[in-house]
Design a protein around this ligand. Sequence first.
Ligand SMILES: [Zn+2]
Length: 242
Amino acid sequence: MLVECKKCGAPLDVKENDWIVRCGYCGSTTRVARTRTLAAVTPEDWSPPKSWKPPAQTGLPTQALKKRTLRAGAGAFFGTFFTLATVAVGVLVPLFAEGVLTWPFSDAEPPKAVTRGLDEPPKGAALAELEEKHEPEPATPMQRETRAHRAGTRALARGSAALSAGDLDAAIEALDEAQRALGRREQGVHRLRAQVASRGAREVGLKVVNRCADAQALYRSLRRVGAERAAGEQFVDGCPRP
Ligand SMILES: [Zn+2]
């Protein structure tokens, strides 16, 4: 079966009973059940790509990932294996160089997914330990939406507090942020905008008398957040609406 690495999107070859798969490119470990299936049966002529370039939507740098060295977690077996392999290379490479042996592969061996099949999926503490090793996954659109929603809600609260404290400029900034996060039609945004518009109109009305430039600057700020309508009616011939 071919599944997709949850982190970098690389195709990984897993066997039917494999419960957990470790990506040979980005090194992340994922439960097979949580991966997307690319092919129910691995095609016979399929071989893993020699390097993998994560697609832009994974949020990873788009440079090609090469096979990574296995971490200690892969077990003493691999450690010993690689030590022996290093020694073997020292002996075999000169033989290849002299043409005594011929290289059986056309190129360097492509990376393989390291898999672990378990008859019984682990439970309780064993499962928690495995889960902990999973690297954080990139934010889903829903998580991003939730985050934006929280930021917007915080901005609304900040805007209300600023209005109570009489800081209209800070309220306008907070409203701007809330509108970007939640949209202009959201109920709380609508309410804060009405309050900012009403307070803004009053302040423009006061400033128009002898601080025309300030009144015009405030009007421009209100216009930026769509709360300028009532303020616009405060301008007079001696101090026109900008
Ligand atoms: Zn990966």
